[in-house]
Design a protein around this ligand. Sequence first.
Ligand SMILES: Cc1cc2nc3c(=O)[nH]c(=O)nc-3n(C[C@H](O)[C@H](O)[C@H](O)COP(=O)(O)OP(=O)(O)OC[C@H]3O[C@@H](n4cnc5c(N)ncnc54)[C@H](O)[C@@H]3O)c2cc1C
Length: 391
Amino acid sequence: MDLYDVVVVGARSAGASTAMLFARAGCRVLLLDRMRFPSDTLSTQHVHRPGLRLLNRWGLLGRLADTGCPPVRRISYTLGDLRLEGAVPVEEGIDAVYAPRRFVLDSLLIDGAVESGVEFREGCTVTGVLSDAGRVSGVEWRTAAGSTGRAHARLVVGADGMRSTMAQHVGARTVRENAPRTCVYYGYWEGLPAEFEVYERTGRLIGVVGTHDELTLVAAYFPQEEFPRIRKDPQGAYLEALRTTAPELAERAASARRVEHLRGTGSQLNFFRETTGPGWALVGDASCHKDSITGTGISDAFEQASLLAGSVGGSLHDEHATAAALERYAAGHQRLLKPRYETALQSARLEVSAERLEFTRWISGDQASTEAFLSVAVSHIDPSLLVPTTG
Ligand SMILES: Cc1cc2nc3c(=O)[nH]c(=O)nc-3n(C[C@H](O)[C@H](O)[C@H](O)COP(=O)(O)OP(=O)(O)OC[C@H]3O[C@@H](n4cnc5c(N)ncnc54)[C@H](O)[C@@H]3O)c2cc1C
């Protein structure tokens, strides 16, 4: 049986980037996914600034731009009759945000991993873990054709998403959970040129961004309580949300055409799981899932990959050093994700307070404050947290 330094299960934003970074640190890495790529997945696709910075450092941002993903350089935020509008800030030479189709981004990451020396096997469903003296020591899998395989590894990484079976196999407990707060439906439009636009009112949020093939993604967020009603007529609810939250956008959309099917989900789960144990670690949605309303999951996955490979990469031949490095990763994971989790929960309330309205009105009168506010919005922080609290 093969012995690897690292086996990574799941090959999208968390798994492919983790595998790539371990390989670049000199490790022998096997990456497995049950899907065959290119493959799409549910996502409104916006990659926040920290994620773009990492793609840039990994040498992949230029490649992403070369796939025809349009650079988005203007951003607007509309709250009732108030509109904040400005240029996307320039940081580390990056002057745009991007919202790539996931079948493009995820394949690009896998290519980056393979070029870095990762052995990638698609169409392999991991069915269990191997263990040795109480320590996870490998995985076993089954292919669609019915063949089976096993590999030993010094570290097994579960990057297999929100419904992680790796978490079950290694016994990772859920350590915090909050009830879902939103549901979301989104579609692609042809003939609706747009950059990055956000429209909000209490109970609704509309996000708009340009993507590949001159399509524009338009997403509508609703409160979770409305999901049973909305799922019976998603199309009607989606168009109603556009009309009542972003009437000017709805007018532009009247002469455009929606293509592909409307996608959506009510499974906006919010939880943290244990992230490490003897011989294993979880990254990405497998370790922490939060409402997608803040659109930070891809970026967060890249940062976790960087944190894990940076903490553990050089220590895999020493069991004690690996255990200490995994503890560092677990602590860093909390520091990184706890504030973003709270932000997502807060945004997912879909409440526009009187203070926020007042604050937005105040900064809308000054372009420098407006640009500062918008730059914070693309850099990960929930703008509502900037609202001064009263009392
Ligand atoms: C509606 C919606 C909108 C979103 N919008 C945004 C956004 O705008 N911006 C943003 O940054 N994030 C967004 N996200 C979140 C983001 O997509 C994820 O947080 C991020 O991609 C991290 O995913 P992951 O790699 O951890 O897991 P996933 O993308 O779920 O990938 C897991 C992989 O593991 C594989 N797998 C699962 N089980 C097994 C197994 N047993 N064996 C082998 N392979 C297995 C799967 O096939 C899959 O390819 C959104 C999410 C949703 C649901």
